[in-house]
Design a protein around this ligand. Sequence first.
Ligand SMILES: *Cc1c(COP(=O)(O)O)cnc(C)c1O
Length: 223
Amino acid sequence: MTTGDIPADRLDAVHEHIARAAKRAGRDPADITLIAISKTHDAEAIRPIIAAGHRVFGENRVQEAQGKWPGLKEETPDIELHLVGQLQSNKADDAVALFDAIHSVDRSSLVKALAKAFRKTDRRPRLFVQVNIGEEEQKGGCAIADLPALLDRARAADLEIAGLMCIPPQGREPAPFFALLAKLAEDNGVPLLSMGMSSDYETAVMCGATHVRVGTALFGTRG
Ligand SMILES: *Cc1c(COP(=O)(O)O)cnc(C)c1O
C-alpha cells in the first residue's frame, strides 16, 4: 500500500482506497465511516489529521483517551470519538462520558454496567457488540453462539445495539470472517458493521463494513 509522507496525503490515500473498494462492491463511499485510530500517538501527531478535516477518531484505552482528547475536543468540538478496545465494567461511566461510540460490548456484565451508566446521564454513545469471530481462546469478544442471548440482554436493558465489531485472527485470510460477521448482523437485525484495519480495510469494505478502523496507514507504525 502506498502512503504519502504527510498526514493529509495519507488521509487522502486511505479515502481513495475506500472509495475504490466501495465502487467495486457497488456501494456508496459515503456509507463508510473512517475511524482514525490514534492510540499511542500524542496530540502533536493527531492535530495534522484534524487540520486536514478529519473528525472521527478511535482509541483502545479509556485512560489514555482521557489524557489527550478532552483538550483536543476543546480545540475542535465536533470530534467524534470511538472506543475500540476492551472496556472494564468499572470504567463504564468514564467511557460513556468521553466516547460517542463503544465497539467492545462483549458480555452481559458490561451490558449491565452500561445500562447503569446510562441512567446517570443523557449521553448515549452508539454501541457495537464485539464478536470473537475466529473463536480464539485469548481474544476478546462474545462467542458467536452467545451473540443472540447477549443482544437479548441488551434489548431487555433498553440498550440499542447499533452494530457488530470483529478483529479476524492474525495471519488468516480475513474475507470469510468479515462475511461471517455480516451474516450475523443480518440474521440478528443489527445494521452497522465495524471491521477492517490498515491491512484489510478494503476487503472489509467489499464485505459490507460501515466503519473501518485504521491506525498505521494514517499515523505510521506505533513505537
Ligand atoms: C489498533 C487497532 C486498530 C488499528 O490497527 P492498524 O493495524 O494500526 O490500522 C483497529 N482496531 C482495533 C480494535 C485496534 O486496537
